[in-house]
Design a protein around this ligand. Structure first.
Ligand code: 1OR
Length: 404
């Protein structure tokens, strides 16, 4: 193409991002009919844009919806859904809840600096009975955000937590409020609701059943609460005040979320997770490094987890009935290995070796089961590809289980 022609074909600014997003959606969704998929994809995109424009116009006319005011959700009785959003004219900043949430995302992505945080504060001790201490130790055992703490820090955390009981209908956290405590569930069921600009009536987005933790986002990123959490039964929580959370947990957890943020965004499969769910995966990941030629996974072994590839190349080899290994594929950055045995609950179906030095992020089997549910269909579709490859190479799918 001549220089003249090139200057006549100016590439619109949005084109690259638009096509990239579309391509990634195709790779993740693997539609049977690309044209139908494209038509739906772009129609939805246009509809979302129209909805956003309408809401923006309404907000400009009304001054916008504002979040329910200062009442921290500390166990007031049940209220109607509409109580979450009120039109209070004395609210300092007339932003919608959705805007607040979007602002939080950009803070996470760009400007939070745990190193620069010097929020030190005093050590807090809430005395506890032996029975309470025992229950607390059980409750925090599976909280990923605590896993990178050293034993002294764990001790400080246990000292600082205090018990809080709730009744069915109590609001523990209200979206839009300032963050006071971080909570670990001891018992009880809790619903998570989110209101957005396009859907101002709060919508149920998830729930906790007797375990888990919540309330870390507002404390980590110094932002308003991103969701509402309401007790659905009588229950008990372990709470940690904001200062202790920031003093002990913040730096480690934030560093880890930041460290894995880019990795998690470059793994196409994980687009099936919400950004909040991806952060939970970041809490659960652990770094593993290997040298050239090292074996990461051995065919026939029991499976303890899966690996995401941060840097380097991993060679996958399968030994057929004659025990001779044949290379079947190579996986690089953005890819993953070791998920198959976790999905099929069978021994490792192939071996994985490093080609040069390799850095991986390891997700153990318990975390896999708790966090990767939304990616299961994508993984199962990829397993169909493995089967096709095996049939091509060996003439049979001899070591794949019937996982369906
Ligand atoms: P927080 O301090 O913002 C509300 O207070 C808490 O609810 C929040 O921290 C999280 O700990 C928890 N999006 C945002 N926050 C959530 C979500 C969530 N789920 C639990 N929390 N989503 C649901 C993902 C299954 C995404 C909704 C779009």
């Amino acid at each position: 193409m001549s220089r003249d022609a090139a200057s006549r074909y100016e590439i619109p600014g949005q084109l690259q991002q638009l096509l990239l997003d579309f391509t990634v959606s195709c790779l993740v969704e693997r539609p049977a009919d690309l044209v139908d998929f494209a038509a739906d994809y772009f129609a939805q995109l246009r509809q979302r844009r129209q909805e956003q424009t309408t809401v923006q116009q309404q907000n400009q006319q009304t001054g916008g919806l504002v979040a329910g005011s200062a009442a921290h959700g500390n166990g007031h009785g049940p209220e109607s859904d509409d109580s979450m959003l009120t039109d209070e004219s004395d609210e300092p900043s007339p932003e919608s809840l959705a805007n607040r949430f979007n602002r939080r995302k950009s803070v996470f992505a760009e400007s939070y600096d745990p190193e620069g945080d010097d929020d030190e504060g005093e050590k807090v001790v809430h005395p506890k009975s032996d029975q309470q201490r025992h229950r607390l130790a059980e409750a925090v055992k599976n909280i990923f955000i605590f896993r990178s703490l050293d034993p002294d820090q764990v001790q400080d955390v246990l000292d600082a937590m205090f018990e809080k009981t709730v009744d069915s209908g109590d609001y523990v956290i209200r979206q839009g409020d300032d963050g006071d405590n971080f909570y670990v569930i001891d018992s009880g069921a809790f619903h998570i609701y989110v209101a957005t600009e396009t859907e101002p009536t709060k919508r149920l987005v998830g729930q906790y059943e007797g375990s888990g933790s919540f309330g870390e986002l507002a404390l980590m990123y110094n932002m308003p609460r991103a969701a509402t959490v309401q007790a659905m039964s009588h229950g008990s929580l372990w709470a940690m005040d904001r200062t202790t959370f920031r003093r002990i947990i913040l730096k480690t957890a934030c560093k880890k979320r930041k460290m894995y943020e880019t990795l998690l965004e470059t793994v196409p499969m994980l687009r099936a997770l919400t950004s909040y769910e991806r952060m939970n995966v970041a809490d659960a990941l652990n770094p593993r490094t290997f040298e050239d030629g090292e074996c990461i996974i051995r065919q026939g072994d029991a499976a303890d987890g899966m690996y995401f590839i941060e840097t380097g190349t991993v060679r996958i080899a399968v030994a057929g009935e004659n025990e001779i290994e044949v290379e079947v594929s190579r996986v690089t950055k953005g890819g993953y290995v070791g998920e198959l045995a976790l999905v099929t609950h069978r021994p490792r179906a192939a071996s994985a070796y490093c080609v040069g030095p390799v850095r991986l992020a390891f997700l153990d089997v318990q975390a896999f089961e708790r966090l990767m549910g939304p990616c299961m269909n994508i993984m199962k579709r990829n397993i169909d590809d493995y089967e096709d490859q095996l049939i091509r190479i060996f003439g049979s799918r001899f070591n794949m289980s019937d996982f369906r």
